[in-house]
Design a protein around this ligand. Structure first.
Ligand code: ADP
Ligand code: MG
Length: 700
């Protein structure tokens, strides 16, 4: 058995009770768990502050102070232990609200302590709540050896009752490392360690807990981050490889007349360079006899649908049927219209299947799908119902990734003996580092350039008191025949408030833009679907000039004539949401505008968000900034993903390291797909144990 899976009770000093509390409070159950409970900070043991120099702006500090007096004051829930201390520069008051009796016993007036904690101040008096205390003695200091950096661990109030504060955890960890550091096995191949000049694994663990100096701490961190990213990529790329071996794919050997006719006679424009590149990538994928799983990322309007259509035509050229699945009926029918108008009359039949397709039409459609006559089907999840049977489905496009689950994707695969090739399109660009981890087992294509001649959307930021100017601008645009969206935030926690905002907004707008000259559509989450649809349709048909909405329009609707997007309380939206909303305009030939309204009160991040929107239209750039602001766990669509449980590495700040790790893994698999070479043996072990907190599939 791996010594690191040993339950913590077996560690000297842990004991049954403390082991149980550690498990309950922090999920620490084994030697490995404790080893991987990393310090979140280090204190410089050599640095002592003078009392007069400490203030609430400092992080945790160490002070040498003599205890003058101690006293328990207050009653019941106001009861607290107050200890007065002093050094040669001033007095410092220490306070405890919990564990009072126990702490009271340990504190001896007249004695000098090393006091460690976060300084506060109360009525101008320097104060520390719940500091850690250690009796000062030169010998004590000596014993810390040359370790100048002391680890600080996360703990909880409950753990502190069992003397498992940071210090207590530190002691346990020291014991564990003292006894078992020699058992920490290397899990990276030697040649990689040498190539990247990495610290050995045992050394890394020793130094992340008890760094000999700042340099070694950095090296330990570097090593552990690399290991984490490397092993994750190893797992993802290996899954991808296994998938490739398991699922044979249809071979699209030829490019025939459907594609060529379309390309040479129907496509009304030149493809952009990224569009051509993506087509080439799909072309390569679909010729190798292996099922394609490709993610296509690109901003709204970057031309993904056209690329998807052309790939579908290649499938048809090779005798296969194809379909596009969209998350909503509106989106599905828009795809249907776009594609119908691109292919034109009499070229190829295209059908639409949604929940509202009539039974009679459905029967005809089912029949044509079963016979293989119908080649291009567009629809909602209605098309993965079991009743819908294809003769030979070869290529599937899924629009808008994170609205469909993995299970739904799997159902599409099962529509054919040989699973169809799958292209997932998303208009929510995500940073490369995230794509590599979140979709690390898919191939990723990117369209990062808009078609030429498109006028970039102009984004402006106005404060609420400049509203009159905005109204004036709106009237001018409406006079030019354009349509306008006004969007209000809808955030669940304060739904009432949001609704009030929306209602007030509508009132002001209705007054400013009165009937009969102006007509307004109103769409929000409280409307019945039919009413919502009715209001949307009025706007789509141009019967209303203004659409006031909550974020329900975020995904979907294409109204090329709408050229202005006004976002109210823009500071309350996330970056990617703002970017998605902005993507609703700029679809026609006219110059489009996005106007961000906000109050003067902006948080630091809020200001960065709005400035970013004004500065750039590039979704990839925006997603990178979003990642820096919010961290990987909070980006849209990442929450459910366990892939992001990284412990040491950070996708926002460790990009270079991730790229290195990924490339290294790719090189290893290119040379040794089975990890059979002697120098790669050590990686087998990584798959067989629950190494580095990742659970592995057994290597076959
Ligand atoms: P997406 O699916 O990425 O939102 P679409 O494929 O729907 O983008 O394209 C948006 C619009 O741009 C469509 O009207 C399409 O015909 C047009 N378009 C696509 N590619 C090009 C191109 N290379 N040059 C000019 N217009 C293009
Ligand atoms: Mg689209």
């Amino acid at each position: 058995m791996d010594p690191f899976q040993t339950p913590l009770t077996y560690l000297k000093g842990a004991g049954q009770t403390r082991a149980e509390v550690l498990k309950k409070e922090l999920g620490i159950a084994t030697f490995e768990d404790l080893l991987r409970h990393f310090p979140f900070r280090y204190i410089d043991r050599t640095k002592f502050y003078k009392v007069k120099d400490i203030n609430p702006d400092l992080p945790y500090v160490q002070v040498l102070a003599r205890v003058i007096s101690k006293q328990i004051v207050g009653e019941k829930h106001t009861k607290r232990l107050v200890v007065q201390t002093r050094d040669d520069t001033g007095t410092l008051e220490l306070v405890w609200f919990k564990g009072i009796n126990w702490i009271d016993k340990t504190i001896v007036p007249g004695t000098v302590y090393v006091v460690f904690g976060k300084a506060g101040s109360f009525n101008g008096q320097a104060q520390m709540a719940h500091p850690e205390m250690e009796i000062y003695s030169p010998a004590n200091m000596q014993r810390q050896g040359n370790a100048t950096l002391q680890p600080v661990y996360n703990s909880t109030e409950k753990l502190k009752q069992f003397q498992l504060d940071s210090k207590g955890i530190q002691k346990l960890t020291a014991t564990l490392l003292g006894l078992h550091a020699k058992d920490i096995k290397e899990n990276l191949p030697l040649y990689i360690i040498q190539h990247f000049k990495l610290l050995g694994r045992a050394d890394a663990y020793r130094n992340i807990h008890f760094p000999a100096d700042a340099n070694l701490l950095n090296e330990a961190l570097h090593r552990l981050k690399f290991e984490e990213l490397f092993l994750l990529q190893l797992k993802l790329l290996r899954n991808k490889m296994l998938h490739t071996q398991k699922f044979k794919g249809n071979v699209f050997g030829t490019v025939g007349h459907y594609f060529n006719d379309f390309y040479h006679h129907k496509l009304p424009f030149q493809l952009t360079t990224p569009q051509k590149r993506v087509l080439k990538e799909i072309r390569q994928d679909t010729q190798r006899g292996v099922q394609m799983n490709r993610l296509l990322q690109g901003d709204v309007g970057s031309g993904k649908t056209v690329v998807a259509l052309m790939a579908m035509l290649i499938a048809v050229d090779n005798g296969f049927q194809t379909c596009i699945m969209a998350p909503t009926e509106i989106l599905a029918s828009q795809h249907y219209q776009t594609i119908s108008s691109l292919v034109g009359d009499g070229f190829i039949e295209v059908a639409l299947l949604t929940g509202s397709t009539k039974q009679k039409d459905r029967r005809v459609l089912h029949q044509k799908l079963e016979s293989g006559e119908m080649k291009i089907l567009i629809g909602t999840h209605a098309l993965i119902e079991d009743k819908v049977q294809f003769k030979n489905l070869g290529f599937v496009v899924i629009d808008e990734q994170h609205r469909f689950g993995v299970e739904q994707r799997a159902r599409l695969w099962r529509k054919n003996v040989v699973p169809p090739h799958i292209l997932v399109m998303t208009a929510t660009p995500i940073p490369r580092t995230l794509a590599m981890t979140l979709y690390g087992d898919l191939d990723v294509s990117v369209i990062d350039e808009l078609p030429a001649g498109r006028k970039p959307i102009q984004t402006l930021h106005f404060f609420d008191n400049q509203r009159l100017r905005v109204f004036g601008f709106m009237k001018k645009e409406i006079a030019l025949g354009r349509q306008i969206y006004i969007v209000y935030p809808l955030i669940k926690e304060s739904e009432k408030l949001d609704l009030k905002n929306l209602e007030e907004g509508i009132e002001i707008i209705s007054r400013e833009f009165p009937l009969p000259e102006y007509k307004i559509s109103i769409v929000h989450g409280k409307l019945k679907p039919a009413d919502k649809e009715f209001e949307m349709q009025r706007f789509i048909k141009g019967q209303t000039q203004i659409m006031v909405a909550t974020t329900v329009i975020e995904v979907g609707v294409n109204v090329p004539n709408a050229s202005v997007m006004i976002i109210e309380n823009a500071e309350r939206f996330g970056l990617s949401q703002l970017h998605q909303l902005r993507g609703r305009v700029g679809r026609g030939a006219e110059q489009s505008y996005c106007i961000l309204m906000s109050s003067h009160k902006l948080s630091h991040d809020g200001k960065i968000r709005l400035d970013t929107m004004v500065k750039t239209n590039n979704g990839f750039e925006i997603s990178e900034i979003d990642l820096q602001l919010r961290g990987p766990g909070n980006l849209d669509g990442t929450q459910q993903s366990g892939v992001l449980d990284l412990k040491v590495a950070n996708l926002a700040t460790d990009q270079e390291l991730l790229f290195k790790a990924r490339k290294t893994v790719e090189q290893i698999f290119a040379k040794d797909p089975q990890l059979a070479l002697p120098e790669n043996q050590v990686l087998h072990h990584a798959f067989e144990t629950k190494n580095a907190g990742l659970s592995w599939d057994k290597i076959s």
